[in-house]
Write a protein that binds this ligand. Sequence first.
Ligand SMILES: Nc1ncnc2c1ncn2[C@@H]1O[C@H](COP(=O)(O)OP(=O)(O)OP(=O)(O)O)[C@@H](O)[C@H]1O
Ligand SMILES: [Mg+2]
Length: 536
Amino acid sequence: MKNLNTFAEFGLEPKVLQAVTELGFEEATPIQAKSIPLALEGRDLIGQAQTGTGKTAAFGLPLINKIAKEEERIVALIMTPTRELAIQVAEEIGKLARFKGTRSLPIYGGQDIVRQIRALKKKPQIIIGTPGRLLDHINRKTIKLDDVQTVVLDEADEMLDMGFMDDIQSILKLVPAERQTMLFSATMPSNIQKLAQQFLKNPEHVSVIPKQVSAPLIDQSYIEVHERQKFDGLTRLLDMESPELAIVFGRTKRRVDELAEALHMRGYSADGLHGDLSQNQRDAVMRKFRDGSIDVLVATDVAARGLDVSGVTHVVNFDLPQDPESYVHRIGRTGRAGKEGAAWSFVTPRELDHLHFIERITRHKITRKPLPSLAEAIEGKQRITAERFIELVEAGDLNEYKGMAIQLLEQYDSVNLLAAAFKLITGEKNDKANIELTPEEPIRVKRRNPDIRSSGRKPSGYGNRTGGSGGSGGSGGYRRDSREGGNRGGYNSGSSSKGGYNKEGGRDSYRSSADRKPRPSSSGSSSRPPKRTEDN
Ligand SMILES: Nc1ncnc2c1ncn2[C@@H]1O[C@H](COP(=O)(O)OP(=O)(O)OP(=O)(O)O)[C@@H](O)[C@H]1O
Ligand SMILES: [Mg+2]
């Protein structure tokens, strides 16, 4: 099949094409070039391509193209694992549908259901939702899926990991069998195949996987640190690198809260994002991050999937993620849409094995770098300040300040004066603020079945490793103890038993937190990963 590269060649209708042009997309990305023609033919698809390569438009454009303007029923359903993603995909679909006027609506937990019901009365044609809240509406009969012709599962593997299998099954049973189903993600672990077999008809696998899974424009480094050095390491890194926008990933909700608070105390404009925040709080944090009023977003894996915020120049894994997949998705928040990005990971000595495991699975070398020195941090701050000085000088418009400058220059040396200005501006943020974070346990290598690449080829040596040094944890199972939610050590899932999912824990996070207690740790014999509740 010839790969089409310009959007005009796809035969999209003019109003859809107009939106693409307006958005400034010149060329289709490889995944778009491969998927769009097949999707337009009505084929079922499994689409895999690196983070930030335009998968949303790859399914969004054919979808919008196919929906008749005068349609009054819900004819398309897009499912996403998290609320933020539902909102973002809805926004992108909204942009792509701008000229055609296709109506879409995001539906997710945490948002006032009455308001959603009101919005549903306006006859949306595309629903973009998280599985739990969708089911709620289906049960209330406020959403009817009888006329759905196209279903998209975005980040399908994450939805399975979060325990949405049952919900997805229940939902798909209500969609007519005569439909088109598409499944997209950057990573495709083996459980996806099962889902695909069950719900897709003769699907075309469309994958754009170069040698490595993560996006090529991300410069990946790691710093070996002790747990207690991490915070100072982070502030030095931020000072040295001066990111435009940075996302710092922490392992748990507590970690994120503490870290955001600590950064704040040191004078950084940072805020935390995790699943215990109300939807309003989460929306507010994302808004501030998108408009640049905060420049460091500290987050649990909630923000790791699919989120597309332009200007994210740096991702820092303050704590290493458990899975290679998470690593790929986390660092994929930078280096998007052809831009460059930097990913830094803090690795404690006991986690070095785990880092090498991630390197092997992602087939990408992660370069070791030293902890930035204080001098480098200070120099970084001064460099940025100098750049700002120069911008201001070049912009002119300094008349109000010149009088005092002239006065001072008559009495003092110009170098000393400028140095004093630097000191004043870049000098100690509240470095005295005493910061102590609760330490996190190191991550250890776990045996599991990641199949991060759809080819199913496993790098040699893979799967034979047991944990690093010492300690707790089943040696055979892949113990998913890194997810937020505090259920550390609470459950084991045998490496091949990802099929069943725990329904406990509450589906929607608008429920009271009492409904969302993690499973007690005595239930370690269960092979079912508990559903992560915060995102629905
Ligand atoms: N053909 C294109 N040319 C330029 N930019 C594009 C093109 N297609 C999409 N984009 C932009 O690229 C960015 C990333 O797209 P998108 O979020 O769909 O990536 P993704 O592949 O879904 O990534 P992830 O795996 O993280 O979910 C978006 O801001 C989108 O508007
Ligand atoms: Mg995406």
